[in-house]
Design a protein around this ligand. Structure first.
Ligand SMILES: NC(=O)c1ccc[n+]([C@@H]2O[C@H](COP(=O)([O-])OP(=O)(O)OC[C@H]3O[C@@H](n4cnc5c(N)ncnc54)[C@H](O)[C@@H]3O)[C@@H](O)[C@H]2O)c1
Length: 301
């Protein structure tokens, strides 16, 4: 039994990264998906990959008219809308307030908040009638940055905290007719970019925050308890659960954290189990099973 059989979803920013992985997995779970993005080339790739199971539309989440057109397109094409995934987002690549020039600070704020906060609210506004009609659900892509500092800079962290507020308030406002939940990924290898107000590359193109270079992988692996720089597909099952009428039925206002365990980082060590296999299975007198064993490794603190 597929988890989204017969459901119709709309995924914003579905041309790339986490949104694309959600589209791929939703289709595999039996959904038909309307995919929106600003980038027409990426949408063409999604359409080529999925044929009749998807329909695509260039739409800007910062515009209510575009969001309404996207919802209308989904309903026109597939007859209904069950799941709206508000996913499109912009990064700020750890730019702290002291390092944003005065002349850019207002534009940087507007650019990040327009997508990460206003985009979610406008998408929700546009989708509400169709979701009420279907007893559907809203799923928002949050971040570890919705809970903790320093996974981004001032604009990204504060915007993702605000988006958590949107999730909680709408979950309240829309219960019991429409469930509202979120997935909060941690660092993930995607194409996420910065607004121009925070700089461009030598050719004037948007900067990318999560380069695929191995040193970024190593940096992330060092600070994440599960020691993994995630791939977009690692988060997809959480979106399936949140979007599933049957299996997510008792969840609203919930956030599924798919961040490699940032909430259980230790003070002495990022993680306590680097040598767990050796201690449990390795045979030595390394105190397997002993709750009185002295902690190993790490720094005093
Ligand atoms: N990459 C990470 O490490 C990470 C971690 C946690 C959360 N997230 C969140 O995941 C979500 C998706 O980001 P991603 O990392 O997959 O990035 P991505 O850039 O790979 O994908 C985002 C897509 O959104 C589109 N987009 C941007 N602005 C848009 C707009 N105004 N209207 C419509 N589409 C627009 C882009 O063209 C792009 O195709 C974001 O909400 C982001 O904050 C990312």
């Amino acid at each position: 039994m597929l988890w989204l059989e017969g459901e119709v979803a709309l995924v914003t920013g579905g041309g790339s990264g986490i949104g694309r992985a959600v589209v791929d997995r939703y289709v595999a779970e039996g959904a038909r998906v309307c995919v929106t993005d600003l980038n027409a080339e990426r949408l063409a790739e999604v359409a080529a990959a999925h044929g009749d199971a998807v329909t695509t539309l260039v739409a800007d989440v910062r515009s209510l008219a575009d969001n309404k057109a996207a919802v209308a397109h989904a309903v026109q094409t597939f007859g209904r809308l069950d799941v709206f995934v508000a996913n499109a987002g912009l990064s700020d690549m750890f730019r702290d307030l002291a390092n944003i020039p005065e002349e850019n600070v207002e534009a940087a704020y507007d650019a990040v908040y327009d997508v990460n906060v206003k985009g979610v609210i406008l998408g929700a506004k546009a989708a509400l009638p169709a979701l009420v009609e279907s007893n559907g659900t809203l799923v928002v892509t949050l971040s570890n940055s919705s809970f903790w500092p320093d996974g981004g800079g001032i604009m990204y962290i504060s915007s993702k905290h605000a988006a958590l507020g949107v999730v909680r308030q709408l979950a309240h406002e829309w219960a019991p007719a429409v469930r509202v939940n979120a997935v909060a990924p941690g660092a993930t290898r995607t194409n996420i970019t910065l607004p121009e107000a925070l700089g461009t590359d030598a050719d004037g193109r948007p900067l990318r925050a999560h380069a695929h270079e191995s040193n970024t992988d190593r940096e992330v692996e060092r600070v994440v308890p599960l020691a993994k720089h995630a791939d977009p597909a690692d988060h997809a099952a959480a979106f399936v659960l949140a979007g599933s009428r049957a299996n997510g039925a008792i969840m609203t206002g919930s956030v599924i954290e798919t961040d490699g365990g940032l909430g259980i980082r230790g003070m002495r060590r990022v993680r306590g189990g680097d040598d767990l296999r050796e201690r449990v299975l390795g045979g030595g007198a390394a105190a397997a099973g002993s709750s009185l064993a002295a902690p190993t490794g790490g720094i005093d603190g």
